[in-house]
Design a protein around this ligand. Structure first.
Ligand code: FES
Length: 146
C-alpha cells in the first residue's frame, strides 16, 4: 500500500496487519524509531501520522494507506527544528533509547500547543524513560517553545 515516508512516496506490499514500526525499520531501514513495549504504552516507537504523534507498534500499516508518515529521521533532516536543537543544547538524553519517541511527541505537541504549560507537557508527554530524563525533557520543551 502506498503512503508517504518523510515526504517521499513509498509502497509496502506485505501483510496489511504488519505494524508500521516494523515496516519502517525492517523494510525501509529507518531504525531511529525504537521498539520498547510493543503494546502502545512506552512511546519509543512514536512517529507522526498526518502530524499526529502515533504509537506505531500497534498501528497496522494497512491503516496508513495514503497518509503522511514522519519519523525521527525526517526531524533530524530539518536543521531548523527547535525541538532537536533544544535537545542538543540541554543534553537531554541519557541512554537515548526512548528519545526519538520523546522528540516526536514533543514536536507534535508544540505544533498543537506552541506555548505549553507544565500541565500541558504532563498531559502530552506520556512516553516512558527508564533513565528518568523527565526534568531535562520539560526544560527542553520550554526552550523549544521560546
Ligand atoms: Fe510502541 Fe512501546 S514500543 S508504545
Amino acid at each position: 500500500m502506498p503512503f508517504q515516508l518523510n515526504g517521499r512516496p513509498v509502497s509496502f506490499d506485505g501483510p496489511e496487519d504488519t505494524p508500521l514500526l516494523w515496516v519502517v525499520r525492517e523494510h525501509f531501514g529507518l531504525t531511529g524509531s525504537k521498539f520498547g513495549c510493543g503494546i502502545g504504552m512506552c512511546g519509543a516507537c512514536t512517529m507522526h501520522v498526518d502530524g499526529a504523534a502515533s504509537r506505531t507498534c500497534v498501528l497496522a500499516v494497512g491503516n496508513v494507506r495514503g497518509r503522511a508518515i514522519r519519523t525521527i529521521e525526517g526531524v533530524a533532516a530539518d536543521a531548523d527544528n527547535a525541538v532537536r536543537k533544544a535537545w542538543n543544547d540541554l543534553d537531554v538524553p541519557q541512554c537515548g533509547y526512548c528519545q526519538s519517541g520523546m522528540i516526536m511527541t514533543a514536536t507534535a505537541m508544540l505544533a498543537d500547543t506552541p506555548a505549553p504549560t507544565d500541565q500541558d507537557i504532563d498531559r502530552w508527554m506520556t512516553n516512558l524513560c527508564r533513565c528518568a530524563t523527565y526534568v531535562r525533557i520539560r526544560q527542553a520543551i520550554h526552550a523549544a517553545a521560546r
